[in-house]
Design a protein around this ligand. Sequence first.
Ligand code: BG6
Length: 282
Amino acid sequence: GFVLESDRVKLSLPTGESAEILLHGATVISWVVDGQEKLFLSEKAALDGSKPVRGGIPLVFPVFGKSTEGPTAALPQHGFARLCKWELLGRTSEADTAIQVDFGLGPENLTDDQRNQWPYEFGLIYSVNLSMSSLETKMLVRNEGSETFDFNVLFHTYFRIPDINNLTIEGLKGTSYKCKVTKSEAVEEEVELPVRSEVDRVYAGVPNAVQVKNGGETIFKVGGTNLEDIVVWNPWEGASKMADFGPEDGYKNMICVEAGAVSKWHSLEPQSVWEGSAVVNI
Ligand code: BG6
């Protein structure tokens, strides 16, 4: 099923799975499988468009983090895609086992300030595909202008988890990463990476799907196409300093494992298209 409300789209399958996507930021804020919510959404998250959503799957484009130089330096952290109201393009397919909805964003949806901050002619098409045991998010970036531009893309996915102290992440061993907490670089040594304190790492060039595990059992498998990097983030007790993070100990029930193309710039020539997708399997 497909229901359009004033500020969101609701998708559902006859077998009970569902997803909810806000037009604000085209942010997926809910994904339910087997009656269980799979995404973490802060109880203090602003859903009215006044700020990016703290939880769900905010979209990062055209810059990951905050640039201090270059063509994205004027943009806020993580760019504008998560701040804008997207256009609903419609549902592109619907079957008993899967349903897809597409959203679009272009310069016409930006404020004058945002257009001045990043003055390129671009078109984004974002597709969310709900199936019985997976959620696929796909971004198509088109350069509609006459100047080459550089970009990052990332699906900033907040997974809901039973307990951070039982969590491990598998699939990163041997991959080099930059740690934003200790401002250092290293190669991952852990087969199963535990998260027992604040973590903020960009793993560059992750070869295979990554598994999020609870007590040794895989609860999410994160794979994709053309998204070579994985960011792992949990603010730990620092969450209490974020005005929109709640409950205060909610960091124990979330982990961000974010598939993206962020460790280097992707360059897109005039009239070219780039496409990347992330698939999360239960
Ligand atoms: C992560 C970054 O992806 O997003 C972190 O690696 C950042 O450094 C986090 O703190 C949340 O960012 P924001 O802008 O949503 O608070």
